[in-house]
Ligand binder design. Structure first.
Ligand code: 4AD
Ligand code: MG
Length: 440
């Protein structure tokens, strides 16, 4: 017997009363006299399987007795609907084939500390909770890309090895690049995706981005994935409308398609169901006033003087006043990136916004209208102490058919942490890179 699976666990409902072969791994095994219960997973779902001593050969029963956690096997048996079973179905096993042994699997059903689990991340990704989290991650990514593709956006891939800084020079990872000096791992694809925008009108890049941040918070990774749409002729206002529609669409699709995973994660879905566009907008100035008016509510959210950046506690306080994500717009230009368009009515603030997720998950999107005037852009590059020569190509975009344009970056891990209700971002990516972790 060496059959390819005739079904997947997720599809057994269509095979009630039939015999199927499934290929996968033993999640858990218990023995009760003449009965052995296997909780079996194949990546699509898990199902309870029963081995009756009297229904199988003595060899098969002996094999079932030896199966350990995470042993790989093929099972053949008949599918039975059973209301008491966890997924509504059970399999009565007739035949078993061991494909790969697993001895002393390190992650047992008992409680392990996070450090231990992180050291075993390569195995931890098989656990039910991690599996559900990473499934939601895949759904978020698919939902975002499909939503954009359906609206005439073209995916435009941007380089990871770059010559310049785009989001400040204090958090760059550098590496030697042959005779050309230093190369830096991209902090964003934005500057390059702006070149694509001038070719295609609506584009997005999606890939890993790198920040050598020495911050050891639950919201920071040194390598994270960012989706960055960029739209020609789009104003700041239109930029926010695109963001709220995209975020609502992602959340609603996860609710529709991954409800089982959200249940596994014990996520209260009521706050997600409310997450429909439009989202409220407040100005940076309103945010400062709100912080003063609600002093003492959130630890660390002390009043700020105009020009200071909001910290995580401030974001938490502001978000707690709304029942869905909230935009904080028009920050002081001085604390934002060099490429942001100043508000024509009030040049000390930028036409930008951060989107704050509810329930304390903080900033999930940062975006802005970009400077389209070549002289102003050049001036800003100088003011930020950046080397003009490095940005020659970027300035060219303003010399040849420049147009007002806007875009934003959505951090995938932050969005997944919020949607799944996961406190720490480290579980929302298969292999997190953080200040103190690069293994496995
Ligand atoms: O606000 P940021 O730095 O914006 C940019 O990089 C722009 N160039 C994007 C654009 O306009 N095209 O980052 C955008 C988002 C943040 O809102 C956050 O979700 C995520 O990227 N992010 C991080 N996620 C995890 N770990 C980090 N260290 C992150 N830094 C930013
Ligand atoms: Mg930001």
């Amino acid at each position: 017997m060496s059959l390819q699976p005739s079904s997947s666990v997720a599809a057994v409902a269509a095979h009630v009363g039939q015999t199927v072969t499934l290929a996968g791994w033993v999640y858990h095994r218990t023995e009760k006299g003449k009965l052995i219960f296997l909780l079996f997973r194949d990546g699509t779902a898990t199902i309870q399987c029963v081995v009756f001593k009297k229904s199988v050969s003595p060899e098969t029963f002996a094999l079932a007795q030896q199966l350990t956690q995470e042993a790989a096997c093929r099972i053949t048996g008949s599918v039975r609907a059973d209301e008491r079973a966890p997924g509504g179905f059970e399999i009565d096993i007739q035949e078993l084939e061991l494909v790969g042994v697993s001895s002393d699997y390190p992650i047992t059903p008992k409680e392990h500390g996070v450090e231990f689990l992180m050291e075993h991340r390569h195995l931890w990704v098989r656990s039910a909770r991690q599996h559900a989290l990473l499934r939601v991650r895949a759904e978020v990514i698919a939902a975002a890309q499909e939503w954009l593709n359906d609206r005439d956006f073209v995916r435009f891939d941007t380089p990871i090895l770059t010559a310049t800084a785009a989001e400040g020079s204090s958090n760059l990872f550098a590496t030697d690049y042959f005779d050309l000096g230093k190369a830096y791992l991209a902090q964003t694809g934005q500057l390059y995706v702006e070149a694509g925008m001038m070719s295609f009108g609506r584009v997005y890049c999606f890939g890993p981005t790198f920040r050598a941040e020495k911050s050891k918070t639950r919201r920071h990774l040194t390598e994270f994935w960012m989706l960055e749409p960029e739209v020609a002729f789009a104003t700041h206002k239109e930029n926010l409308e695109l963001q709220e529609q995209l975020v609502s669409a992602i959340v609603q699709r996860v609710l529709e398609r991954r409800s089982g995973d959200l249940r596994t994660l014990e996520r209260d879905t009521a706050p997600l169901e409310r997450c429909l566009a439009p989202f409220p907008r407040i100005s940076y100035d309103d945010a400062l006033a709100m912080i003063v008016a609600n002093q003492g509510e959130v630890e660390g959210a002390s009043p700020l003087t105009w020009g200071e950046d909001l910290g995580a506690p401030h974001e938490q306080l502001i978000a707690s006043k709304f029942d869905r994500p909230v935009f904080v717009e028009r920050y002081p230009a001085a604390i934002k990136a060099f490429y942001m368009q100043p508000d024509p009515d009030r040049p000390e603030v930028a036409l930008c916004a951060d989107l704050l997720a509810p329930e304390g998950y903080g900033e999930i999107i940062g975006g802005s209208q970009r400077i389209h005037d070549p002289d102003l852009l050049e001036q800003r590059i100088r003011e930020h102490g950046l080397n003009l020569d490095d940005y020659r190509w970027y300035l060219d975009l303003r010399r040849y058919g420049t147009v007002p344009h806007s875009g934003f970056g959505m951090g995938v891990e932050r969005v997944v942490a919020w949607i799944t209700g996961t406190r720490h971002i480290r579980e929302t990516i298969p292999f997190p890179r953080m200040l103190y972790r690069i293994y496995p």
